[in-house]
Write a protein that binds this ligand. Structure first.
Ligand SMILES: [Zn+2]
Length: 498
């Protein structure tokens, strides 16, 4: 048993969006057993829990449902800081991100995923979606191993493709083989093999979905249809990237006569059990289709900004919200976005459309907070068990220490969270009733070991691929006198072309 007692404020995110002051949460066998005022729960349970459980004092804390981050690439984590920030989506992926991620060994995928989990937990995240594991099922097993050790909850899947665009055809054969299947059947067979091994691991904390990498560049209509059929056969939901960029919209126009979401609807693959990432380039008509079909969206504001996707120019997130589409938030990869703090994503979601529409009523702070809690839970089809603090739900909670200056004076806790707070004040994270982060540190990982292994592996991979940092500022090592290491003429990954 675990009692989180006498909390300053519990943001329940329940149907009434109640904020409970001086209340406690009693947890047993991974579930929230009771939520009630502190005095009552003390009277009924404190002695029992002190004798045979764990008591966490909640005074000076705000408690929320652990964040749900609905789009992540854990195998990208070792590329942090490597990729220049002057590339749009297609060049960014073709020249850097895809070759980098495809080149990882299974052990390096494990090291990368451990780092990603450590960072996500430190920012208060309980659940994430990574349906983009490149390379092989062995790599996916390595990521799952890291998730299992972390204590987190995750939705995992393979990011298969069946079209290799010309820009990627210059990749070495081994890397090509890792990110591309020579036929639709081969791509589907690999996902089929994954799901045939079962759609749950780690006692249900890990779920396997039918996924493809997506985007019109990399996916034939046969693969869009095939993954839908495969998902229905296994009773698994579907996830992939779509409608990500201007380049993809243009390709879709030339291939189908319209933009991607409308095309997917004509292929009759949009359903309620589908989570689509980005959805930046969508028409009003397509927003209606998403709403009609109940299809969920993982919006990645950080990646939209860094990769110049046009979210503030053409994005339809306010229209999706008005139409009743489930819009959740994703960090995307560490090299396409950079931040793995859901509060930073919520801040972007709340702010971007206020500014771009010059209308401060766009995406209130409360809506942004829902996107990383209850709407995130809906996006992973787990609203019955996650996303709010209610009796009977799984015990996934995050405690923030409100002692720091960014919390004071804290008139409204929601606005304070979304506009001022970040992961530095995360004190404790509980997933499935287990404390996986406490007093600001992981209880599951040797943090130094995870970070040191990541630094060593990141350097090794960059050197193995001949990666060029293309730093714009001169870097001088100790004793060096010239600017010889300033690589101003470099062109991404050497030998891969640009
Ligand atoms: Zn992505």
């Amino acid at each position: 048993m675990l009692l989180i007692r006498d909390v300053d404020s519990i943001l329940t995110l329940d149907a009434g969006r109640r904020i409970l002051e001086r209340h406690s949460v009693l947890i047993d066998e991974g579930k929230i057993l009771r939520v009630g005022d502190a005095a009552t729960l003390d009277r009924d349970h404190l002695d029992t829990v002190r004798n045979a459980g764990n008591v966490i004092e909640g005074a000076g804390c705000v408690v929320l449902p652990a964040w749900v981050n609905t789009h992540v690439h854990t195998v990208e984590h070792l590329s942090r800081g490597l990729i220049p920030d002057d590339l749009a989506t297609f060049d960014w992926a073709s020249r850097y991100a895809t070759p980098f991620c495809a080149s990882l060994t299974e052990d390096e995928a494990y090291i990368s995923a451990r780092l990603a989990c450590l960072e996500m937990i430190a920012n208060g995240t309980g659940t994430f979606v990574d349906c983009n594991v490149l390379a092989s099922l062995g790599h996916l097993d390595a990521v799952a191993q890291a998730v299992e050790e972390s204590g987190m909850r995750a939705v995992l899947g393979r990011g298969v493709t069946d079209i290799l665009p010309p820009a990627k055809q210059t990749m070495p054969d081994a890397l090509k083989a890792a990110v591309w299947h020579p036929s639709t059947e081969a791509a589907l067979a690999e996902v089929d093999a994954l799901l045939s091994r079962g759609t749950e691991r780690a006692k249900g904390r890990i779920r396997l979905w039918a996924s493809i990498y997506g985007l019109m560049f990399f996916t034939s209509d046969a693969l869009f249809r095939g993954i839908r059929e495969l998902a229905d056969r296994h009773g698994a939901p579907v996830a992939f990237h779509i409608a990500s960029s201007r380049e993809e919209a243009a390709l879709s126009e030339s291939r189908t006569g319209g933009w991607p979401i409308g095309h997917l609807d004509r292929l009759d693959v949009l359903r309620e059990d589908m989570l689509l990432t980005h959805c930046t380039l969508v028409t009003d008509e397509e927003v209606s289709r998403l709403a009609d079909r109940g299809t969920k969206v993982a919006y990645c504001p950080g990646a939209a900004l860094r990769l110049a996707k046009g979210t503030t120019r053409v994005g339809k997130i306010p229209e999706m919200l008005d139409a009743g589409v489930t819009v959740s938030l994703g960090a995307d990869g560490v090299s396409s976005s950079g931040t793995f703090d859901p509060l930073r994503l919520a801040y972007l979601a709340a702010g971007l459309f206020k500014d771009s529409r010059m209308d401060p009523t766009m995406v209130p702070a409360e809506t942004a907070l829902e996107m990383i809690t209850i709407e995130g839970a809906k996006a992973v089809l787990a609203e019955d068990s996650l996303g709010s603090i209610e009796e009977g739900k799984r015990a996934d909670l995050t405690l923030y220490d409100t002692g720091g200056p960014e919390w004071a004076p804290g008139h409204d806790v929601v606005r304070t969270l979304v506009y001022s707070v970040d992961g530095r004040s995360v004190r404790t994270v509980v997933v499935d009733g287990v404390v996986i982060h406490d007093n600001g540190h992981s209880t599951r990982f040797d943090e130094r070991d995870v970070i040191d292994a990541a630094r060593e592996a990141g350097a090794r991979i960059a050197s193995r691929l001949g990666l060029d940092l293309r730093a714009r500022w001169p870097l001088r090592a100790k004793g060096e006198t010239s600017n010889s290491r300033w690589l101003e003429d470099s062109r991404g990954i050497r030998g891969l072309g640009g």
